[in-house]
Design a protein around this ligand. Structure first.
Ligand SMILES: [Zn+2]
Length: 332
């Protein structure tokens, strides 16, 4: 699922288009402001010529007058601010704007990809993979509590609770989780048998967060574990596909690993998975893992070290109820 070259080009073209849009916007603002207040254009020209002559002097090794220059520039800036205010233009009317102030719409923040690049990359991957359509159908707005039976009451610890009330609690907690995501960034573990709403709930959270421009990667556990096992970082800074994917796993705001089972619990992948989960916990990054295994089965399949890490750092949600998928087909 890493970006193809053409997807990468699409994102970079989009950055260029945004830069062009803002350049045109500034040109239009300048046209209007200079027509209303000609002195503003003179100020711009004076700033340009002062900077150019200082640059010429610097090339010749003469650094005198730098203090003088910065003083002149701040006088001109004050005069400009004053004029904008007097003629009722917004204070930033003649500034070049950016959609992302961190990378100034270049997609690069220092030596790393900017957060906004990761958001765009994950959104594009979703659109292209078709998952966007799934999320349009499966989200908090379409969640139907009436599908979960009220009269099916089960024991949870020493309490008894209906399947519907349990789901109602989970739904409320997951909505609050999505609403407060920027503050809490907690990790969640969804456990319970097949078909009782875990995947649907991960879709709800993914959609809510992507709508708020968080980057989300949704990955099946088998693909995830393959990537962990295969990723190779090369010394010459080039990546193979798995390494590129690993990088995205590390950058992403929320990683959802769906359907973690026993089959990945060989000691090599389990150890890598453990390191990876630790890594995200220590960097305060959120992960949601869903598994058909019960807590007891997870503890048996994975090391105690790993499961205790889950219990200490993940909010655990117990799903139960009749298999919704089977119900859906039997009703047809
Ligand atoms: Zn950015």
């Amino acid at each position: 699922m890493p970006l193809s070259n053409s997807q990468y080009d699409r994102i970079m073209r989009d950055y260029s288009a945004r830069a062009l849009f803002h350049a045109n916007e500034l040109a239009e603002h300048e046209r209007l402001a200079y027509a209303a207040v000609p002195r503003l254009r003179e100020i711009k020209d004076e700033v340009a010529s002062l900077c150019a002559s200082q640059a010429r002097k610097k090339i010749l090794g003469d650094t005198s007058g730098e203090l003088d220059l910065s003083q002149k520039l701040s006088f001109l800036a004050a005069e400009k601010a004053n004029l904008l205010e007097t003629y009722e233009f917004p204070a930033d009317y003649l500034d070049l704007k950016y959609d992302c102030p961190i990378c100034k719409d270049t997609g690069v923040d220092g030596h790393r990809r900017c957060k906004c690049f990761t958001v765009r990359a994950t959104q594009l991957l979703y659109t292209d993979s078709g998952l966007k359509n799934v999320l349009e159908a499966e989200n908090f707005d379409t969640f139907d509590l009436s599908r979960f039976p009220e009269d099916d009451v089960r024991s949870m610890g020493d309490k008894k609770i209906s399947v519907r009330d349990n789901m109602k609690n989970i739904l409320a907690r997951c909505k609050a989780y999505a609403e407060n995501f920027d503050r809490s960034k907690k990790s969640l573990l969804f456990t319970g048998p097949v078909g009782c709403g875990k995947t649907f709930m991960t879709h709800c959270i993914a959609k809510a967060l992507m709508d708020k421009d968080f980057s989300v990667i949704y990955q099946s556990a088998d693909r995830f574990c393959d990537t962990l096992a295969n990723a190779q970082f090369h010394n010459d800074d080039s990546y193979d596909d798995d390494a590129e994917l690993m990088q995205m796993y590390e950058d992403v705001d929320l990683l959802i690993i769906d359907d973690l089972g026993t089959e990945y619990a060989n000691s090599y992948t389990a150890a890598k998975l453990f390191n990876y989960i630790n890594h995200r916990i220590s960097y305060g990054q959120a992960t949601i893992i869903s598994s058909n295994l019960s807590i007891a089965e997870l503890t048996k399949a994975y090391t105690e070290r790993m499961t205790s890490r889950f219990f200490g750092n993940y909010d655990i949600f117990l799903f139960f109820g009749p298999d919704q998928r089977r119900q859906k087909y039997s009703k047809k």
